[in-house]
Design a protein around this ligand. Structure first.
Ligand code: NAD
Ligand code: MG
Length: 390
């Protein structure tokens, strides 16, 4: 039996992971499940999967979780320390599906104890690529990408030599506003940005898809995971979300990964790697689909993509600044304090203000330097937003 843990079990990726696990319960011994505010879901899943421990990120909800687990053998715990402690419990395979920078620490701890880390939390690579890749190289643990584009690139590289790769193309659906005018985008509401044409995901990543901050994070994630020059990475708008990525080789061949927009493919690939097993995803009928479309993204509409390359050029802790500023700008958008297009302005301003700061110049990246940079960038982003609203 494989020992597994799921961090962010109550979210969209977490629930898709649980869907796959429950189809083959006898193969897995569940160590830890973690969640946030959805105590009922966390307790229900922890009981069903007979987890050793269930952890809520919110310490105030501990008693509620204990009550919900009464009569079961599942241990209840709460808070960031308890999440890190759960990540230190030996497991063979760990799903990292917490949203945001909070996902970094448990992922690092899981790698250190030698787990295979299925990495959905893109923020880990964006904020601390060198740290997380370095930890994987030093420890017995290793990382498998779960973001659909990165899983697609990873699959396209099996048996290939990285030296023969010329380009890595990740696709973007264009999100909720792909056919909107800039004027309309400026007035867009969180409700409008929260519905994705193709994928069913958590609210934050859905809004990030509409602004292409999600794709910007993924460009950085690509560079960090595949250790390629950023000039090699391209983004292509592909409204159907069926070609997830393409790898271009020196002989002119383009290997495309084609599949339905269902995260259970990438999760299942990481779960069964290096084998391929049957997965409950739709089989595409290309004759019925007929046409697939591609176009170059308009950087005026999607300034986040331009910023991603600036961040990669700056290197060091710029990714941590970018992500933290983006998280605060997104909070502001959700709370109606920041306009949709203003999110990129806030992030760019924070990157500018911190470009000369000492913390960006630190040579060695540790969890402390990343955390310090993250806090500084959040504080700066709040100041920028306060100035905007003055
Ligand atoms: P979600 O919002 O649906 O779920 C997030 C999970 O993290 C929940 O379990 C929540 O309780 C937990 N959480 C939130 N804040 C936390 C905190 N501070 N500490 C601990 N736990 C916390 O998000 P999602 O859409 O499942 O995305 C999860 C991660 O996977 C994100 O990094 C996202 O970018 C990435 N991802 C998601 C998809 C997708 O299809 N949903 C695709 C690719 C990558
Ligand atoms: Mg993706």
């Amino acid at each position: 039996m494989r020992k597994i843990s799921i961090f962010g079990a109550t979210g969209s990726i977490g629930q898709n992971t649980i869907d796959l696990i429950t189809r083959d319960m006898d193969s897995y011994d569940v160590v830890a499940l973690t969640g946030g505010q959805n105590i009922a879901q966390l307790a229900k899943d922890a009981r069903q999967l007979r987890a050793d421990v269930a952890v809520t990120a919110d310490p105030i909800r501990l008693q509620e979780l204990r009550d919900a687990l009464t009569g079961s053998d599942v241990e209840a715990a709460a808070g960031a320390e308890a999440i890190a402690e759960a990540a230190a419990r030996p497991a063979d395979w760990v799903m990292s599906a917490i949203v945001g920078a909070a996902g970094l620490r448990p992922g690092l701890v899981a790698l250190e104890q030698g787990a295979t880390l299925a990495l959905a939390n893109k923020e880990s690579l964006v904020t601390a690529g060198a740290l997380i890749m370095g930890t994987a190289a030093r420890s017995k643990g290793h990382i498998l990408p779960v973001d659909s584009e990165h899983s697609a690139v990873f699959q396209g590289l099996v048996g290939e030599d990285m030296d023969a790769v010329e380009r890595i193309i990740i696709t973007a659906s264009g999100g909720a506003f792909r056919d909107w005018s800039l004027e309309d985008m400026a007035k867009a509401t969180p409700e409008q940005a929260s519905s994705h044409p193709n994928w069913n995901m958590g609210q934050r990543i859905t809004i990030d898809s509409a602004s292409m901050f999600n794709k910007a994070l993924e460009v950085i994630e690509t560079k960090e995971f595949f250790q390629c020059p950023h000039e090699m990475i391209e983004v292509l708008v592909h409204p159907e979300s069926m070609v997830h990525a393409l790898v271009g080789f020196s002989d002119g061949a383009l290997m495309a990964h084609v599949g339905p927009p269902d995260m259970r493919h990438a999760i299942g690939y990481a779960l069964h790697h290096p084998e391929r097993r049957k997965l409950p995803v739709e089989r595409l009928d290309l004759a019925k689909i007929g046409t697939l479309n591609f176009r170059t993204p308009d950087l005026k509409r999607y300034p986040a993509l331009r910023l991603a390359h600036d961040v990669l050029q700056a290197g060091g802790h710029a990714g941590a600044v970018f992500n933290a500023a983006k998280e605060i700008a997104l909070d502001g958008f959700i709370d109606h304090r920041v306009g949709f297009l203003q999110m990129a302005e806030v992030v760019e301003e924070v990157l500018d203000r911190l470009s000369g700061s000492q913390c960006l110049k630190i040579d060695e990246m540790t969890l402390d330097t990343v955390t310090e940079t993250d806090h500084l960038a959040r504080k700066t982003a709040r100041e920028v937003i306060a100035e905007l609203n003055r």
